[in-house]
Design a binder for this molecule. Structure first.
Ligand code: DLL
Length: 440
C-alpha cells in the first residue's frame, strides 16, 4: 500500500491559541452573538421569558442559560426567520433536507462566505492540501453545502480546484487521470464506488494519482478508512459539519488523526446527555450542541445537531489547542444518511401516501452490501391493487419509487406486500431496519 506522510502545517495561528486566550475570545464572541440574535423574534421571546440579554453572559458556562434551537424551530420560522441582517445583505442561500421534504434554508453574508472558506482551508491544510495540488471535488454543487463549501476552501489554500461535482463515476476517474488530481473530496462511500468502478474499467485503483482524501457528509468507520486507503493507496481524513451551523468546516482531522479538531474560536460546542440535556463527563458520548459565535447572517444558539459523538480537550501532538471530537456514532433522531443524502422516514411515508392504494404500513431497510448504501422499502398495498399481471405490479413499484425520489431524493427498491404481513407495533413503530454497522 502506498503511504503518504502529511507534514504538520497550520493554516491559521488561531488554531493554536493558549486555552485561556481561546476561552476569553469565545466568551467575548458569545456575548456579542447573544446581543445580535436578540433581534430575531424566536430568541427575543425566549430571552424575554428567561430575563436574558448579552449582559447575562459572565462566563462560558452561562451558555447553559440560553435557549436551544432545533430543526423544528427553523422550520417553524420558514423560510428565513432567523436572519440577523437585512435580506439584501445575503450573499448565498443553501438548504438542507427536512422531515417534510421541504428544505430548511441557511443564509450567508459575504463575511460568512469568507469565514467558511477559511474554516475549510484549515482542515484541508491539516490533512495535506498544499497550493501545488489539484483537488477534485466530487460533492454535489447546489443547495447541499458540500460542493461549494470545499470548493472555496481549496481556493483559499491556493490549490487548483477541479469542480467535478457528484456522479458520473467514469468521468471522475478520467478527470483524475487526465489532470493528475492528488486530492479527492467526497463522501467516503463514494470513494469506494470510485475504486470499484475503476476496477470494473480495468484500471488498478492504486494507479490513480490520489495521495490524500477528505471525506465527510455521512458516518463512516475506521474499518472503512482502512479499506479505502488500501484500495486507493491514499491517506484519508475525516471532516464534519452541518448546514445549519455552516456546512463542512465545523471540525476536521489533523495529521495525527486522533479525533477532529473543532474550530472552537467560531463554534462553541457542548456535549450533552440527550435526555437530561446536562453535560456528559469529558470524553463520554453525548449529543453535540453548537453555538455559532461569529456567523453574521444567521447565527444560531445551542443548535441541537442530534449527532452523537465524544468531545475532549487534551492537547494534541499537532500543536492545535482546540477540542477534538470523535467520529459520529449515531443520531438521537431517526434521520438516515443514504449515500450522503439526509433522509427522514417521514419523507418516505409522505412519498408512499402520495400513491393511491398504499397504506402507512411500511419498513425501510438499509444495507451496505458492498460499497454503496441500498434501500428497500416494503409497503403494504390495498388488496385491490395486487394483481396477477406483472406489468401492473411493476408500474406500481415504479410509481412509488418515483415519488420516493421526488420527496426524499434517493433511489429505493420497492417491494409490495399483502395487507397485514408487515409487523405491527403496540408502541413506537419501528420503520427502519438499518443493517449497516457503524462504530468509531
Ligand atoms: O453534510 C455538511 C458536510 C458536507 C460536511 C461535506 C462534511 C463534508 P448536512 O447535509 O446538513 O451537511 O448534513 C449534516 O451529516 O448532522 C451528520 O449527521 C452528518 N455528517 C456530516 N459529516 C459527517 C462526518 C453536511 N464526517 C449531517 N461523519 C450531520 C459522520 C457526518 N456524519
Amino acid at each position: 500500500m502506498t503511504r503518504f506522510v502529511v507534514e504538520n502545517r497550520i493554516f491559521d495561528r488561531a488554531e493554536c491559541l493558549p486555552r485561556a486566550d481561546l476561552e476569553a475570545l469565545q466568551l467575548a464572541r458569545l456575548r456579542d452573538v447573544v446581543g445580535r440574535v436578540a433581534q430575531v423574534p424566536f430568541y427575543r421571546e425566549a430571552f424575554a421569558l428567561r430575563g436574558l440579554s448579552a449582559k447575562s453572559i459572565h462566563g462560558l458556562d452561562d451558555v447553559r442559560r440560553l435557549p436551544f434551537t432545533t430543526k423544528d424551530d427553523l422550520r417553524r420560522q420558514h423560510p428565513l426567520g432567523f436572519l440577523t441582517v437585512p435580506r439584501e445583505r445575503l450573499a448565498r442561500i443553501h438548504g438542507s433536507s427536512g422531515t417534510t421534504g421541504r428544505p430548511t434554508y441557511v443564509a450567508y453574508s459575504a463575511a460568512d462566505l469568507q469565514l467558511w472558506a477559511g474554516l475549510c482551508a484549515r482542515f484541508l491544510v491539516a490533512g495535506g492540501l498544499r497550493p501545488e495540488h489539484t483537488a477534485q471535488v466530487a460533492f454535489g454543487y447546489g443547495l447541499f453545502t458540500g460542493g461549494f463549501g470545499l470548493h472555496y476552501g481549496i481556493e483559499r489554500v491556493g490549490a487548483t480546484v477541479l469542480p467535478a461535482a457528484s456522479g458520473n463515476t467514469r468521468r471522475q476517474i478520467e478527470l483524475m487521470q487526465d489532470l493528475g488530481a492528488e486530492i479527492l473530496i467526497c463522501t467516503p462511500s463514494y470513494a469506494l464506488t470510485i475504486a470499484e468502478t475503476a476496477r470494473e474499467l480495468g484500471i488498478e485503483p492504486h494507479s490513480l494519482p490520489l495521495k490524500f482524501a477528505h471525506f465527510g457528509g455521512e458516518p463512516w468507520t475506521e474499518a472503512m478508512r482502512a479499506q479505502i486507503e488500501t484500495e486507493l493507496g491514499l491517506l484519508a481524513f475525516n471532516n464534519y459539519g452541518l448546514s445549519e451551523v455552516i456546512g463542512p468546516g465545523v471540525s476536521g482531522e489533523c495529521a495525527v488523526r486522533d479525533g477532529m479538531h473543532v474550530q472552537e474560536d467560531h463554534f462553541l460546542v457542548e456535549c450533552l446527555d440527550p435526555d437530561t440535556l446536562e453535560p456528559v463527563p469529558e470524553g463520554e458520548p453525548g449529543e453535540l450542541v453548537i453555538t455559532t459565535l461569529t456567523k453574521e447572517a444567521m447565527p444560531l444558539l445551542r443548535y441541537r445537531t442530534r449527532d452523537i459523538a465524544r468531545v475532549w480537550r487534551q492537547p494534541c501532538a499537532c500543536g492545535r489547542t482546540t477540542a477534538r471530537m470523535s467520529r459520529v456514532t449515531g443520531r438521537t433522531d431517526d434521520m438516515l444518511i443514504i449515500r450522503g443524502v439526509n433522509v427522514y422516514p417521514s419523507q418516505i411515508e409522505e412519498a408512499l401516501l402520495r400513491v393511491e392504494g398504499t397504506t402507512p404500513h411500511y419498513l425501510i431497510e438499509v444495507e451496505r452490501p458492498a460499497v454503496a448504501d441500498e434501500v428497500t422499502i416494503r409497503v403494504e398495498v390495498l388488496p385491490e391493487l395486487l394483481s396477477d399481471r406483472m406489468d401492473r405490479m411493476q408500474q406500481l413499484r415504479e410509481r412509488i419509487a418515483r415519488e420516493v425520489m421526488a420527496v426524499a431524493g434517493i433511489r429505493a427498491a420497492i417491494e409490495l406486500a399483502v395487507p397485514r404481513t408487515l409487523e405491527r407495533f403496540a408502541g413506537k413503530a419501528k420503520r427502519v431496519n438499518d443493517k449497516r454497522r457503524l462504530t468509531e
